[in-house]
Design a protein around this ligand. Structure first.
Ligand code: 3EB
Length: 330
């Protein structure tokens, strides 16, 4: 039986997926939980905590009360700092994060280049060499025109900083615009001692093959990543992109429906069971806070019982109004 095989393999040394959940406890309490690898607070909840595992994500929460996000792993967790970055590690997993001020690095491209170069250098020194999932939060992401739009400059710098890091295959990723301090770039990642399996979406052109019209440098990310023990799928930021084109410009509900179709196609492509459940936390990044009630209601109908955190975030194409990402456990 497949399930039996997989759990035996996990016991035989393959790392069990981190358990990601939303919790209404305060961050300091969550950090005391055994196996706490990372804790995230959103928007206003700048808790002033001095722990490398704590991140303040500069996206405003559109839910009240706002939970924290907790990542739990098996076994003891170590943590520390390395240059500008914070890290924690345990159970075969590594979290690493950094925040840079673009003005210290000549702008959005320079900041992305330095962020990725630092992460790469750090990972090189670690046992957890396999980067599976990355999150990027950039201020004013849609500002600027054509190739000088800030997201496109971020893509240029990211590719430069990576060099040939992901020549064998890209991690899953999210890139979203925040409305916090405009020059702040935040990047964090999850890596492992074991490789995952990248998953593409048959309905979508792979991002690294996007045609020239979307920028000089195609975004380097996989649509999803099956974690090493095959017990979870990390789902990249998923928008209403079909082929390489944005669908349903100006139509929030239709974009959300398209995203749900994309997510189902992705689950099928990954060999995961259809649908989402109460164990699988998702995020919805909503461009206009006024759309939050509609997004919440539509998701309540279409994904009943699924924990979805609504955050104010700008999708990297200005015509896209909403994006989802998150997790699916097998
Ligand atoms: C898309 O499908 C939407 O640049 O890392 C989604 C996930 C998107 C990750 C990235 C961009 C990124 O193209 C945009």
């Amino acid at each position: 039986m497949l399930e039996g095989c997989e759990s035996r393999r996990a016991e035989g040394g393959l790392v069990r997926a981190p358990r990601v959940s939303y919790r209404l406890n305060d961050a300091a309490t969550l950090l005391t939980e055994p196996g706490a690898l990372a804790v995230f607070g959103f928007g206003g909840s700048a808790a002033g905590i001095d722990d490398p595992r704590w991140s303040h994500v500069p996206l405003e929460a559109l839910d009240a009360p706002t939970p924290c996000e907790l990542w739990l792993v098996d076994g003891p967790v170590q943590h520390g700092h390395h240059e500008a970055l914070r890290w924690s590690a345990g159970g075969g997993w590594l979290f690493a994060a950094l925040e840079l001020d673009e003005r210290d690095h000549g702008g959005p491209a320079g900041a992305a280049r330095v962020a990725y170069a630092q992460l790469r250098d750090f990972i090189r020194s670690r046992d957890e060499q396999q980067v599976l999932r990355i999150w990027n939060y950039q201020g004013a992401i849609n500002q600027g025109d054509g190739d000088t739009e800030r997201y496109k400059l971020f893509c240029d710098g990211r590719a430069e900083g990576c060099g040939d890091w992901f020549a064998h295959g890209y991690p899953a990723a999210t890139a979203i615009g925040h409305h916090g301090e405009p020059h702040l770039l935040q990047v964090y990642l999850l890596a492992s001692t074991h490789a995952g399996t990248a998953v593409e979406n048959p309905r979508q052109v792979s991002a690294w093959r996007y045609p020239r019209q979307y920028g000089r440098t195609s975004p380097g990310f996989a649509r999803a990543m099956r974690l090493p023990a095959q017990d979870a799928l990390a789902i990249s930021g998923t928008a209403a992109v079909v082929g390489h084109a944005s669908a349903h410009e100006g139509d929030l509900a239709a974009q959300l429906e398209e995203i749900l179709v994309n997510l189902e196609a992705l689950l099928a492509s990954a060999g995961m069971p259809a649908g989402f459940d109460t164990q699988a936390p998702l995020k919805a990044y909503v461009r206009h806070p006024a759309d939050a009630p509609r997004v919440r209601e539509l998701l309540r109908q279409r994904l009943p019982g699924v924990p979805v955190l609504l955050l104010q975030g700008d999708v990297c194409r200005s015509e896209l109004l909403v994006e989802l990402d998150g997790w699916r456990y097998a």
